[in-house]
Design a protein around this ligand. Structure first.
Ligand code: HEM
Length: 453
């Protein structure tokens, strides 16, 4: 408890004070980080960061909202690395000392080393190579049919629950359950535990954010601890009784050079792939439903021409990016778009704002499912850390949204949805809907469309 308090005070606590001070001075980035009400609709605030300079002064580091600058930094692995490995760098010496005394958190989080998301080459290449085949476009194409079945089963449950026009929460009953079921089956973790995983995931995802209040920090540490303990036990069981799934392959296979993953590496890889597999796609499905409710004309277009669904999913990712921002640390002195960046400097990249860059996307704030270059977004990042699950997420988003809107053509919001309070992840915590009359079961099911796998 004392160590946890010191860790909080030296990181989130100190940062909270700095962010609050900057927000009071009117810094747009700090206002977004500090105020959940601003985050309800952050986009006009992002526009305040859009100057003709490559970077603007953010809450505690320079920030870019430009597509070209974000892409340049994300692809420059020679000069920029992940922040994860150096999280005490840049802190005042007294806080660094306090953190050293408190020691690291006993459990591993999805953005702590040795998670692949937190490390640079060459470790990154080694971890990613071990799991990438399971997420290739070809592997994902094989999962499409099963994902369609899962969607159909969940929609059956939804229909039973929401009979007689009763409102039902689309996030709790559909958007969250579909991705967690798919990734559980892929990884070979018990699907019967999916509600527990969702609860752990919800408790742990604020760990991506900065400046957390003390109570959230405590809850994050507790949830990460429980998830970590469960994964260690599960991996031990798999080592004794391996199955056909991805995690069994990981625990039993040796790396190219003969050295197997250490226990820490295994847990970090498993927890990242599992958590990333459902904590983000839920937001794609929820955001997609929200956008389609607000734009009946676009919904009509999709009903008339279902081949537009893959592009619609990319347009949702562009306009309401589930991962709003990421960051990198300069590993050596460099320049970006003519601006010098010194070794150790932090650079924050607002992916959600880069996806509304008028130099790349004409009428950037308009939701247009026929937009020719919707897929040019950076919602999945760029460079070596480009989302491992991008093909899976696109396929799940397409199957889930299409099945939902085709089964219930009169689906409508029933009251206001509530957004998650998180900073980096953007999505709905709840989205009450009424289903309306379903299309009769004898109607042909949503067939696979081309392109997005
Ligand atoms: C709509 C859904 C998703 C979005 C928007 C998303 C977004 C992202 C982004 C932005 C990154 C890179 C962050 C950075 O560069 O700092 C990333 C990395 C990653 N994502 Fe996703 N993701 C999604 C779904 C998934 C799914 C379904 C999986 C399944 C396993 C997944 C697994 C990963 C992994 C393992 C990484 C780390 C890759 C690396 O470091 O090489 N993601 N994702």
């Amino acid at each position: 408890m004392v160590r946890s308090a010191v860790r909080w005070a030296a990181t989130h606590g100190a940062m909270r004070l700095a962010i609050r001070a900057r927000a009071r001075q009117g810094n747009a980035d700090a206002e977004i980080l500090f105020d959940p009400a601003v985050r309800e609709d952050p986009y006009e605030h992002y526009e305040r960061l859009r100057t003709d300079q490559p970077f603007t002064a953010g809450a505690f580091a320079r920030v870019s909202v430009h597509h070209a600058v974000c892409t340049e930094v994300l692809r420059d692995h020679e000069h920029f690395g992940q922040i994860g490995g150096n999280r005490t760098e840049g802190l005042p010496p007294v806080l660094q000392r306090a953190l050293r005394l408190a020691g690291p958190r006993p459990s591993i989080g999805p953005i702590d080393p040795p998670s692949m998301l937190a490390v640079d080459q060459p470790e990154h290449t080694r971890y990613r190579r071990l799991v990438s085949r399971a997420f290739s476009a070809r592997a994902v194409a094989h999962l499409r049919e099963r994902t369609g079945q899962i969607a159909a089963e969940l929609l059956d449950d939804l229909e039973r629950e929401a009979g007689h026009g009763r409102p039902v929460d689309l996030v709790a009953r559909y958007a969250s359950l579909l991705p967690v079921t798919v990734i559980s089956e892929m990884l070979g973790v018990p699907v019967s535990m999916r509600r527990q995983f969702l609860a752990w995931g919800d408790g742990a995802t604020p760990s991506l954010d900065m400046g957390l209040p003390w109570s959230t920090h405590r809850s994050v540490e507790r949830n990460l601890g429980e998830l970590d303990a469960w994964f260690r036990g599960h991996l031990r069981r798999l080592r004794q009784h391996p199955g056909e799934d991805l995690l069994s392959t990981l625990v039993t296979s040796a790396d190219d050079d003969g050295s197997e993953l250490t226990e820490q590496e295994l847990v970090a890889t498993a927890a990242l792939v599992f958590g990333a597999g459902f904590e983000t796609t839920v937001n794609l499905i929820g955001n997609g439903a929200g956008l389609l409710f607000a734009h009946p004309g676009q919904r009509r277009l999709l009903a008339e021409d279902p081949s537009l669904w893959p592009n619609a999913v990319d347009e949702v990712l562009r306009l309401e990016s589930p991962v709003q921002r990421t960051g990198r640390r300069a590993m050596r002195d460099t320049t970006v778009a003519g601006v010098p960046v010194a070794q150790g400097d932090l650079v924050l990249l607002v992916l959600a704002a880069a996806n509304r860059d008028p130099r790349v996307f004409p009428d950037p704030h308009v939701f247009d499912v026929t937009r020719p270059n919707a897929r040019d977004h950076v919602a999945f990042s760029s460079g070596i850390h480009f989302c491992l699950g991008a093909a899976l997420a696109r396929m799940e988003g397409e199957v889930a949204l299409r099945a939902l809107f085709e089964r219930f053509p009169d689906l409508a919001p029933a009251g206001t949805g509530h957004r998650r309070g998180t900073i980096i992840l953007r999505g709905y915590e709840s989205l009450p809907v009424t289903l309306g009359r379903p299309v009769p079961a004898s109607a042909p099911p949503a067939e696979a469309s081309t392109g997005s796998g």
